[in-house]
Design a binder for this molecule. Structure first.
Ligand SMILES: C[S@@+](CC[C@H](N)C(=O)[O-])C[C@H]1O[C@@H](n2cnc3c(N)ncnc32)[C@H](O)[C@@H]1O
Length: 254
């Protein structure tokens, strides 16, 4: 899609959690129609998982792919982010803006759904600092937690369950409070943190209520129904832990 003499449109496109068949028709359509793509990657010489997933459904022929680095570091909202992270956002925004200024549309394929812990919204916010009127369309995607819950055939929330979604980098006290308070908890970004998390779940008697799904929907997917087996393992970044305290049963079945 290209429009003459006016700003191009930015598409933030959720491409699902890895299984190419979980890309929506709309995501495929928008990516097919957009000639400029931004492929986010964490390391200079690394690969972009989002690009690999998107390219499995949409040919890269005639596409211009801007592989841009977004350093993977903790961002705490309300606090000044690491300068390297901010630098990444600004470089990406500049590269994208140059195309938008030429009237060219740009697509940013992002893992899962753009609304859930995606770099896509940092890019959008950085662009909006300079151009609040930027034209943007968000294409929702299937989240990793939806795919993980489907894979283990367990609901994320049911009945009067209150569900919490947590990026697991929280400190122990905050994490403990969340694990105690909610009925169902989705823990994301758990890789390299399983020792601490298993210790907390053990302390709260919740270890047997947890299941970990690694690389859900991908060739080398693994499911740990005994999460103690993850200890000492080099888990992939694409790992999600689901904790559900209540089971469906008896007259409460619905
Ligand atoms: C930056 S967040 C992106 C979440 C994504 N926007 C979504 O809607 O699911 C990355 C985290 O998503 C989870 N994740 C992404 N893909 C996954 C997969 N295929 N299997 C399991 N977890 C996955 C992991 O917890 C990972 O640390």
């Amino acid at each position: 899609m290209t429009t003459e003499n006016q700003q191009g449109r930015l598409y933030l496109v959720g491409i699902g959690p890895g299984d190419p068949e979980l890309m929506t028709c709309k995501a495929v359509h928008v990516l097919e129609q957009t000639a400029i793509w931004v492929a986010p990657k964490a390391k200079e010489n690394g690969n972009s998982s989002a690009l690999q997933i998107a390219a499995s459904q949409v040919s890269l022929d005639k596409k211009t792919v801007l592989e841009l680095r977004f350093p993977m570091k903790k961002v705490r909202l309300g606090q000044e982010p690491d300068p390297e992270v901010v630098d990444g956002w600004h470089r990406a925004a500049e590269a994208v803006q140059a195309h938008l200024d030429k009237g060219e549309d740009v697509a940013f394929p992002t893992l899962g759904d753009p609304a859930l812990y995606s770099t896509a919204f940092y890019l959008l916010a950085t662009l909006q600092e300079q151009r609040p009127e930027i034209k943007v369309t968000i294409v929702p995607g299937i989240t990793a937690m939806a795919a993980c819950s489907a894979r283990v055939c367990s609901p994320l929330g049911l009945g009067d369950d209150v569900v919490s979604i947590v990026p697991a980098a929280f400190d122990d006290d905050r994490l403990r409070g969340i694990l105690q308070t909610f009925d169902a908890i989705v823990l994301m970004k758990v890789f390299r943190r399983m020792e601490r998390i298993v210790a907390l779940l053990d302390e709260l008697g919740l270890t047997d209520k947890a299941v970990l799904i690694e690389r859900c929907g991908m060739d080398d997917q693994r499911i740990y129904t005994d999460i103690r087996e993850t200890l000492g393992k080099d888990l992939h970044y694409f790992s999600t832990l689901l904790v559900r305290k209540k089971q469906v049963g008896g007259s409460s079945r619905q």
